[in-house]
Design a protein around this ligand. Structure first.
Ligand code: 3PG
Length: 211
């Protein structure tokens, strides 16, 4: 398997991170890779986010994605930095189209059947189911997966550690994103060993469900 999975999708447990100081990014990426992570989503929620993305790229073989992409300009800037995938909280056809033009995997957010159909009509095959817990959780996703067998899902948003297995047990779910895999406070405090241990433990508990 390559770093982002055979399909080119991010697979398994994806830390969704907020990085306040870009100087933490490289070490964070390396510790996550050493702990078994194959991908990280760095959100555009801090002034340092773009520099953090640049620093994380090429560290430890991790696939680096950008998160919280809400406009085309941010997408272009992230793609220029070299991200492997771009995650948005919702669906915008201009973002998806531009990502496709730039050869970067777009993972738009969806919370309804209508949005899944809009994404599919724009040749999107992997969507972020967001906010997963508040939008019906595992039961809702099971229903969507049944109706849209060609769509792959990456649920994120309020997913507790105890619920991860239930999501990954759904065949169409290729990855689960969560911030507790690398909490913002721990990154600020540079508790990298703890982050690595947290990731390794969580990852081991679902290894049988990740392909
Ligand atoms: C996000 O975009 O912040 C992700 O959905 C992570 O959500 P979480 O903090 O609830 O894990």
């Amino acid at each position: 398997m390559d770093s982002a999975g055979r399909s080119g999708y991010p697979v398994g447990l994806i830390p969704v991170v907020v990085i306040d100081d870009f100087r933490s990014a490289a070490q964070l990426a390396r510790v996550l890779a050493d702990s078994g992570a194959t991908a990280i989503e760095i959100t555009l929620r801090t002034p340092d986010a773009f520099r953090a993305i640049e620093s994380a790229i090429n560290q430890g073989g991790l696939s680096v994605g950008v998160g919280t992409v809400t406009n085309v300009e941010d997408l272009r800037r992230s793609c220029a930095a070299g991200v492997d995938f771009a995650v948005s909280p919702g669906f915008r056809s201009d973002i998806v189209t531009e990502a496709q033009n730039l050869g970067v995997l777009a993972i738009p957010g969806v919370a309804t059947a209508t949005e899944i159909m809009m994404a599919a009509a724009n040749d999107v095959t992997l969507v972020k189911f967001f906010p997963a817990a508040a939008t019906g959780g595992v039961a809702a996703l099971r229903a969507f997966a049944e109706v849209f067998p060609d769509t792959r899902f990456m649920p994120t948003g309020g997913i507790a550690e105890a619920d991860v297995r239930a999501y990954l047990a759904i065949k169409s779910v290729v990855a689960v994103g969560a911030s507790w895999l690398a909490p913002r406070a721990m990154i600020i405090e540079r508790r990298f060993a703890e982050i690595g241990a947290t990731y390794a433990r969580a990852s081991a508990s679902v290894s049988d469900l990740v392909s």
